[in-house]
Design a protein. Structure first.
Length: 588
């Protein structure tokens, strides 16, 4: 064993990794003074005024106009001799309409093309306002899959969490803006005007529209389908969401798949190589001046790499994920940069996400392997601390003493031990809500502040489900039919499916697609094409078109009406089929 260890270290030394290996097994003797929390809550209003500001049109160059302050995301217009090119179109038709009016008042003309920097709804939901007939819409090849994910299996969870992240019911006095822009109107955003792109590419796509060169570059970062737009003749770079005036959202509270950290760094380096005069993010105010832009982009990518590398180093040193989140910080040279204040993304959240993406949930702490269930664990902690009433008294004292963070942790034990006591309107729910409010006042990150305040509102007034999306037919008709079956599988109610083993077959006359859905062992198996061996004979065969099924799946059409209109045929056990479909929760 000793010989193998010596050989391994020797090989590492030959590869120039000896120092890294030694650091991994020996804690560093010297420490860099790290800084956290460079987003004081008292400066939030100043950030809203400076980085977001009121609705206005900003002239970036002779041809480029920025509409900022109307929505969470900005819209950019590029004037060409063939008409206007629009980059990002807002979150909803309601928000996009006044933006179109203001931009076209400044720069009248037809719409020559639309470019989506990526698929997040705040950048594409207003497309119906801008997408005149025949207007090409450009995006990356990855756009469609990434966009559909937002309306997939986790839509309800992401919708609920997103409503909390943006403080759906929080007053503007408590949350004057999102760190990225004007706070979204989630009710208006539910009526989406999104359109799928008509033209996509991978890598690079160079366009010339009306005498203007427009370079589109795939640039993974906040999303896997991100691009940036370079206008070389204008010296303008449109960064999408790969840069804005906040520490980047390497992890989002609303939940998402892991952000591609290494690719994000590479995308920022690709932007730096272009040396633009003007940097226009899709959120927050633009930057001008070649040196200022270069410095900001460099600091941004260095901060991301710092956090990534520190997570790796500390994990190799055997630190727990909680220790890593507490210890990462930023070095002073980066922490004071205005574009790295933790107003939207946050360093410790990012560290946790990177750790989980690279190593998974287990962080070498054996107590995490077989913990007690949350209720039992909380009860035991309460007993060890003198009982529930004693802990509640300490939580009240913590709030009164100006330590709401500790109070929230104590109340969480009470909640986990007896969740039935922590329901809307109870005195203890009100106490937790007050502690959350007090903690929120100490937070300068708008996502964190919104989440705390919105959770307090829910404790006082009950959960308000996020508004259900109103599906635009033009959007609905291009969703792949396989998407509906993938979502359907996740909507099976296991209690209604207990002991059931049966199947139904679906055939679509317009595309020739066939699917078999089998309920077995409390799950719904979806198979395209021929059914798998062991599948029971279908109790019914459904024949229809993909358009009809899309409307049935989203409750826009009732099955009885579709049958009466000859749009839906169910052959076999009709009553059994009704029981079959009744085992699935409704909705897209």
């Amino acid at each position: 064993m000793a010989r193998r260890t010596f050989v391994a270290l020797a090989v590492a030394a030959l590869l120039g990794l000896g120092g890294a290996v030694w650091w991994a097994v020996t804690p560093a003797r010297r420490s860099i003074p790290l800084v956290r929390g460079q987003a004081p809550p008292e400066s939030l209003q100043a950030h809203c005024d400076d980085a977001v500001g009121p609705p206005r049109i900003v002239a970036i160059s002779e041809r480029v106009r920025l509409a900022i302050g109307w929505d969470l995301a900005s819209t950019v217009l590029v004037r060409t001799d063939a008409g206007n090119v629009i980059v990002d179109v807002g979150m909803s038709p309601a928000r996009a309409a006044p933006v179109r009016e203001a931009l076209l008042r400044d720069s009248p003309g037809p719409i020559a093309a639309i470019v989506y920097t990526h698929s997040h709804i705040d950048h594409v939901g207003g497309a119906s306002v801008w997408a005149d007939d025949g207007v090409p819409i450009w995006a990356t090849d990855a756009f469609t899959d990434h966009f559909i994910k937002q309306y997939g299996a986790f839509r309800l969870a992401e919708g609920r969490r997103g409503a909390a992240q943006f403080g759906e019911h929080v007053s503007e006095d408590s949350l004057p803006c999102s760190a990225l822009g004007r706070r979204p109107d989630l009710a208006a955003a539910a009526a989406t005007g999104a359109r799928f792109p008509t033209h996509t590419f991978s890598g690079a796509q160079d366009l010339e529209i009306g005498g203007v060169r427009i370079h589109l570059r795939e640039a993974h970062g906040e999303t896997h389908d991100q691009l940036f737009v370079h206008l070389p003749d204008e010296g303008v770079l449109l960064a999408g969401d790969n840069f804005y005036r906040s520490f980047p959202n390497l992890y989002t509270l609303r939940g998402t798949s892991p952000r591609p950290i290494d690719a994000w760094i590479a995308s920022l380096d690709a932007m730096r190589r272009l040396a633009p005069e003007h940097l226009v993010p899709s959120h927050t105010a633009p930057l001008s001046g070649r040196e200022q832009v270069a410095a900001a982009l460099t600091r941004y990518r260095d901060a991301i790499q710092w956090v990534r590398d520190r997570v790796i180093q500390l994990a190799n040193a055997g630190r727990s994920v909680d220790q890593i989140a507490a210890d990462v910080g930023l070095p002073p040279a980066l922490a004071g940069a205005p574009e790295l204040a933790e107003r939207y993304g946050q360093v410790d959240w990012s560290a946790r996400a990177i750790y989980d993406e690279r190593l998974g949930w287990f962080d070498e702490r054996p107590e995490r392997l077989y913990p007690h269930a949350p209720r039992e664990r909380a009860r035991r902690f309460l007993d060890a601390m003198g009982g529930g009433e004693a802990v509640r008294a300490r939580a009240r004292e913590a709030v009164a003493g100006g330590d709401p963070r500790w109070a929230v942790e104590l109340y969480s034990l009470l909640r986990d031990a007896a969740p039935e006591d922590m329901f809307q309107g109870t005195p203890i729910a009100g106490e937790l809500a007050a502690a959350l409010d007090a903690l929120a006042l100490e937070v300068g990150n708008t996502n964190g502040r919104a989440y705390l305040l919105e959770t307090g509102q829910r404790l006082r007034h009950g959960d308000v489900p996020p508004p259900a999306p109103t599906i635009d037919p033009a959007f609905l008709d291009v969703l792949p039919i396989s998407h509906f079956f993938a979502v359907m599988a996740t909507r099976l109610d296991p209690e209604l499916a207990a002991g059931v083993h049966e199947s139904a077959r679906f055939e679509f006359t317009d595309t020739g697609e066939r699917f078999t859905v089998t309920i077995r062992h409390g799950i719904a198996e979806v198979v395209a094409g021929e059914p798998l061996p062991g599948t029971p004979e279908p109790l019914a065969q459904v024949t229809t078109t993909t358009a009809t099924w899309r409307r049935l799946a989203t409750d826009l059409t009732h099955p009885v009406a579709a049958i009466a209109a000859g749009e839906l045929d169910v052959a076999g056990d009709l009553l059994g089929f009704r029981r079959f479909t009744g085992r699935f929760r409704r909705g897209l």
